[in-house]
Ligand binder design. Structure first.
Ligand code: ADP
Ligand code: MG
Length: 399
């Protein structure tokens, strides 16, 4: 059995230096500083961040770097190593809903949302796979946000970071036009090494929870299926509309308000609605998923990380059958990883493609990865990419 190669995160100092070098090539001078922010995986609590739920993300060691210098005018000039030939330059006065389009929205949208008084020159170099459900978009926004906060002497304690996360969500929703909840930005800005965050999306409060995978002899394997999630935007909006309608019918602000032991009653009350069966399945996912997050958090608090596998499995089944946001490739990862001995596995992120995670005995990682690779080859699917999710530090300054 050969072991599939892993997509490793480069050493932080070297990656920061590379970004500074790229800045020098682009602008002919040394940048004021280099900042970076991580991608994330969500351990559990999927598709509940827009209905007042709980989620449990951790930051990846894979980060997006931005080398940046402030300017005295309101011009932004930015280029990215991942978007060669698509350099962007414009004035902050021209940034707003839907403008600029393309990748620069994730950069220029941030000072717009922060109400920043000045422009900047910046070079981006990212090591989070783009469009894989590992949140390269939030990593980019949050790297820019922490840079601007640092330069403008804004608070960067946890409360300050919560503010910045809000601005990054604004940039993504309004300027980039991507209708997402707040999990990705909270994870990228507020996570700490060796920990996951329990994020309560009702009030954006965060509890840091220990996630000592190595200490338990475990690893969290990430499989980027590299399957395009083409219709994810429309389906995402449809799911949001479903849970918002269900909450209205039930007379609650959000589905968090439905306790797990009130689920049967809530389902009964939806019975007369148009499309009741679908609506009931959506509600069942949200309510049971929020309960699974709470139970996962309890296990982590007690240091019982080995026991979260069953909850991960149940989460995936709920997303697959009740919420209907999985994909053939995600199901294949999950089924194969479980058969190869994973303690639990589930899709992570929005779904319809993107990535899945598996909780695996550390020694079994090569075996599980090889089984997934072989299963994809047998089904004649594009080869997946493997990453290791070591709980890493949130956004910060590198140089
Ligand atoms: P995900 O966040 O799961 O990676 P999204 O579709 O939300 O997927 O965001 C991906 C988009 O974010 C890219 O298509 C690009 O526009 C932008 N982006 C992310 N990282 C970079 C980067 N390093 N350079 C340029 N654009 C980036
Ligand atoms: Mg994203």
């Amino acid at each position: 059995m050969s072991t599939p190669p892993f997509f490793e995160a480069p050493a932080r100092a070297e990656a920061a230096e590379a970004a500074a070098d790229a800045y020098r090539d682009a602008f002919g001078e040394t940048p004021e500083g280099v900042w970076s922010a991580p991608g994330r995986v969500n351990l559990i609590g999927e598709h509940v961040d827009y209905t007042g739920g709980l989620c449990l993300p951790l930051a990846l060691p894979h980060r997006t770097f931005v080398a940046l210098s402030p300017r005295h005018d309101d011009v932004v000039r930015v280029r990215s190593a991942q978007e060669a030939g698509a350099d962007w330059e414009g004035s902050l006065a021209g940034v707003g809903p839907g403008s600029p389009d393309g990748w620069a929205a994730y950069v220029a949208g941030v000072p717009w949302a922060m109400g920043s008084g000045h422009g900047f020159d910046a070079v981006v170099d990212g090591h989070v796979p783009l469009g894989s459900g590992l949140s390269s978009s939030a990593a980019l926004e949050c790297a820019v946000a922490i840079a601007l906060a640092d330069l403008d002497d804004l608070p960067t304690d946890d409360a300050g970071r919560a503010e910045l996360a809000g601005a990054c969500v604004q940039a993504e929703n309004v300027v980039a036009g991507a209708n997402t909840g707040g999990m990705d930005q909270a994870a990228s800005l507020r996570c700490r090494e060796g920990q996951a965050i329990l994020l309560d999306t009702r009030d954006d409060s965060v509890t840091h929870l220990p996630l000592d995978l190595a200490g338990a002899g475990l690893a969290l394997l990430v499989v980027d299926t590299r399957a395009a999630h083409s219709h994810s935007g429309g389906e995402y909006g449809a799911r949001r509309a479903d849970v918002e309608r269900a909450a209205r019918v039930l007379g609650v602000p959000d589905l968090r308000a439905v306790a797990a032991d009130g689920l049967e009653d809530a389902l009964a009350r939806l019975a007369g609605e148009e499309g009741a069966q679908v609506l009931q399945r959506r509600v069942r996912h949200a309510v049971t998923e929020i309960d699974r997050v709470a139970r996962t958090a309890q296990l982590l608090r007690a240091g019982r990380v080995r026991e979260i596998g069953a909850l991960m499995d149940a989460s995936h089944e709920s997303l697959r059958h009740d919420y209907e946001v999985s994909a053939r490739e995600l199901d294949l990862v999950v089924d194969t990883a479980r058969a190869a001995g994973a303690l639990g596995a589930r899709m992570t992120g929005g779904g319809f493609g993107g990535s899945a995670i598996a909780l695996v005995e550390r020694d079994a990682v090569p075996e599980v990865a090889a089984a997934v690779r072989d299963a994809f080859a047998r089904e004649e699917l594009r080869a997946p990419q493997f990453l290791a999710a070591l709980p890493s530090e949130g956004a910060g300054r590198d140089a």
